[in-house]
Design a protein around this ligand. Structure first.
Ligand code: 5GP
Ligand code: MG
Ligand code: MG
Length: 190
């Protein structure tokens, strides 16, 4: 694995992100903070503990049906959503890639009656986006590579890594085996 952002760098970035959000909203105004599952899980847990305003927290699930690492059609599950009517909403996601997820979910929050909607992401991929909207708060800009760790997955694996990394081709095969629940035979050492 090639580390793109170390644990320390992530901590610094998340602290800065929280600082910007705090400054924007202030410490008195109640905020409804929504985690976009599952990728924002780790960021969300760290971020909400660093924000100083009164918060209601909720979750919504979005996933793009992807063949491996490329993006496809978005499916949204709002079953676990909390009421956002008349609330200031902050949507939190792991990464802004094509922009489809946050564009669609921001629209949904307004349809649900939110007073305002802002978006915060850990990562902003430097590539062409298919939407006009851009995230309001961003911790890091990263190159157009598929990354894992700190909540981001490949086949639902690697979310638990405390750092952000790029998988080597060999590790992609290993991950697929682990995702099927298989153990990798130890390579013979010389
Ligand atoms: P968008 O809708 O902006 O194209 O994609 C956002 C979602 O795609 C993210 O929430 C994340 O789940 C997934 N995604 C996009 N790029 C990456 C990446 O480099 N690594 C991983 N693990 N997921 C990604
Ligand atoms: Mg996601
Ligand atoms: Mg994923």
């Amino acid at each position: 694995m090639r580390t793109l952002l170390s644990e320390d760098e992530l901590t610094t970035g998340v602290n800065q992100l929280a600082g910007e959000i705090d400054q924007y909203y202030g410490s008195d105004r109640p905020l409804t903070v929504i985690a976009i599952m599952t990728g924002s899980l780790v960021l969300f847990a760290d971020l909400i503990r660093r924000l100083s305003m009164p918060q209601r927290v909720g979750v919504i699930r979005a996933s793009s049906y992807r063949g491996g690492t490329s993006s496809g059609d978005l499916s949204v599950d709002a079953e676990m959503m909390i009421d956002v009517k008349g609330r200031d909403v902050l949507l939190v996601d792991d990464i802004f890639d094509t922009g489809k997820t946050l564009d669609r979910l921001s629209g949904m929050m307004l349809e649900f009656g939110a007073t305002s909607v802002k978006t915060a992401v850990l990562l902003h991929k430097q590539r062409e986006h298919v939407t006009k909207m851009r995230p309001d708060f961003v911790a890091f800009k990263i190159p157009d590579e598929f990354v894992v760790g700190y909540g981001l997955d490949y086949m639902d694996m690697h979310r638990n890594l405390p750092y952000l990394a790029i998988l080597e081709p060999r590790e992609i095969l290993e991950t697929a085996a682990h995702a099927r629940g298989e153990m990798i035979a130890e390579e013979a050492s010389d």
